[in-house]
Ligand binder design. Structure first.
Ligand code: TEU
Ligand code: CA
Length: 547
């Protein structure tokens, strides 16, 4: 496979609203990010993905954009963005922006024009349909943030499609003018010096709303190839699509370099293991490690040589990984290290979400009012009507609300965790006095240093980047062990998800084998025993010396 710069890169996601507030208005901003660049450089990440910072009424915290060419005033100015690109660049760090073009804000001038009249030149930038005879919406499509996906525009008497909130009307990708406008905008940003895009719900661009086909529509890959041709071709970019519906076969369509679409996509099969298969995330269920291993192994082996994986536990929509897969209590740091090793030991590009590197956890606000997220609020209201009760909904929110990821970054133990000096837009997780950057940096068993080490290992060991993947012990209920093979070398990664000591039998070839420990959250091993005893959440990565 041809090598690309992003094969051994590590990406760090910033949710700008919650990362660092430079001017004490309670909202994180771009100058705040700039002030923390040295911290990120020290961590060793190569790329920063910023959740949207464009002008927006913030109905969905910036995933509703009203001007793609300007920065939201609460986040700063275009000059701040240029400064960020420059100052990051000086540290060898590249910037990815979030491309949100399945929909715009209803306050975008295109939509303002479109809703003026049925014959407005911008009308066809969005998706309009006549009401049914009884006045009801054209079909049963539901919005991700609850309710019908159709909203009646009183003035013109037609419904417009919004797969997210009412303030996020879907753009009409069948209209060539929409595509031309978006490609031109992408080129302006790429010319400004960004390294690429994370592409929001990119799988929805080929939708056929009349057939209730939303993801993986017939034109999707033609559109992406056209987009590539018009914007990415001839540039050395990193693009990553958000694709909840991608199977490995679909992921290969996006990420096979021959097809010239995207560098990689985020697959979510592993994430969904803690959601109820039918009812979804508002009915959480414990994940099953055997299934989790199957999912990862499937993505690892299927994409090998034909596509590229992105590796992640966290993002701004998800629960904190240590709260779902690890332990929030006495083994918080140890289990967080184990989870980091699981991800960073596999083939693909690892993504770290802000705060993951210090083991930030889910938050449990007592009152619904403390939750700011539109998805959380709308679903609470909708599910209550459907018959869920308050307590079960709060429990689900405590497990899977997107706000778990969105509480302010915990920098130190001062009031508001060093994020701001005033009350932030969302409450700080009360555990900030114990969990914060300053505290972690002083610890012997620092999690930050573990991440730093994993990132460095990726740069110094090609086997981590290009080695093939082989799952061991697929049926073991609590241990996730795998091998990587590359040019006569073998790497073994062993991770225990158990709170107790467990024993495992390694394949006979590797029993009594001498080894070199690359990273561990417990003892350094120079030889593997016949039967491996693993302490709670023990995790290690060793190079095996062939015998
Ligand atoms: O998310 C896409 C999406 O499918 C959402 O429903 C999200 O996955 C959901 O919160 C999971 O329960 C993207 C963005 O990542 C998200 O922040 C935006 O709100 C959404 O698109 C609309 O732009
Ligand atoms: Ca601010």
């Amino acid at each position: 496979m041809k090598q690309s710069w992003w094969h051994d890169a590590v990406v760090y996601q910033i949710y700008p609203r919650s990362f660092m507030d430079s001017n004490n208005d309670g909202i994180g901003d771009i100058p705040g990010i700039i002030s923390r660049l040295d911290y990120l450089k020290e961590l060793g990440v190569d790329v920063l993905w910023l959740s949207p910072v464009f002008k927006s009424p913030m109905d969905d915290n910036g995933y509703d954009i009203s001007d793609y060419d300007d920065i939201a005033p609460e986040f700063g100015t275009l000059a701040d963005m240029d400064r960020l690109i420059e100052q990051a660049g000086q540290r060898g760090i590249r910037i990815l922006l979030d491309l949100v073009v399945n929909h715009s804000s209803d306050e975008h001038p295109w939509f303002q024009q479109a809703r003026q009249s049925k014959d407005n030149p911008y009308r066809d930038f969005y998706i309009w349909r006549q009401p049914r005879a009884d006045g009801s919406p054209p079909n049963q499509l539901r919005a991700a943030f609850a309710g019908s996906a159709w909203e009646l525009d009183e003035a013109t008497g037609e419904y417009y499609l919004h797969l997210f909130s009412k303030k996020q009307p879907d753009l009409n990708w069948q209209n060539p003018n929409v595509r031309t406008e978006v490609y031109a905008m992408m080129n302006r940003w790429l010319d400004r010096g960004i390294a690429g895009f994370r592409m929001d719900v990119i799988e929805m661009l080929g939708k056929v709303p009349d057939q209730e086909v939303i993801v993986n529509g017939p034109d999707l890959h033609d559109i992406l190839q056209e987009m590539h041709q018009q914007t990415l071709a001839g540039r050395d970019t990193l693009t990553v699509g958000e694709t909840w519906a991608a199977t490995t076969d679909i992921a290969k369509l996006y990420s096979n370099p021959e097809r010239k679409e995207l560098s990689m996509v985020f697959g979510f099969d592993h994430i969904r293991l803690s959601y109820h298969p039918q009812a979804g995330k508002w009915r959480p269920k414990p994940f099953d490690l055997v299934e989790l291993k199957q999912v990862f192994a499937h993505w690892q082996t299927e994409l090998a040589g034909e596509g590229w994986n992105s590796l992640f536990w966290n993002n701004h929509d998800l629960a904190r990984s240590v709260s779902i897969y690890g332990d929030e209590g006495e083994y918080r740091l140890k289990s967080a290290k184990m989870l980091a090793t699981v991800i960073h030991g596999m083939q693909g590009t690892p993504y770290i979400y802000q705060g993951e590197e210090i083991g930030m956890t889910n938050v449990r606000f007592d009152h619904l009012e403390d939750y700011q997220d539109i998805e959380t609020r709308n679903h609470y209201a909708e599910k209550l009507v459907e018959g869920y009760n308050h307590d079960e909904l709060m429990a689900a929110i405590h497990t899977h609300s997107r706000d778990n990821a969105r509480t302010p970054m915990q920098w130190d133990d001062s009031e508001y965790a060093g994020f701001s000096q005033v009350t932030p837009w969302i409450k700080v997780n009360p555990n900030y006095r114990d969990i914060n950057v300053q505290q972690d940096r002083h610890r012997q068993d620092s999690l930050f240093r573990h991440y730093q080490q994993l990132i460095r290992l990726r740069k110094s060991h090609e086997i981590l980047v290009y080695g093939s993947f082989e799952l061991l012990l697929p049926e073991h209920p609590t241990v996730f062990a795998y091998l990587r093979h590359y040019q006569n070398k073998t790497l073994l990664v062993v991770n225990s998800f158990a709170r107790e000591t467990v024993t495992v039998e390694l394949p006979a070839t590797w029993q009594n084998c001498s080894c070199e420990t690359l990273i561990t959250n417990d003892v350094v091993r120079t030889q593997l025993p016949e039967t491996l005893q693993l302490s709670p959440y023990e995790s290690f990565m060793v190079i095996l010396n062939h015998q």
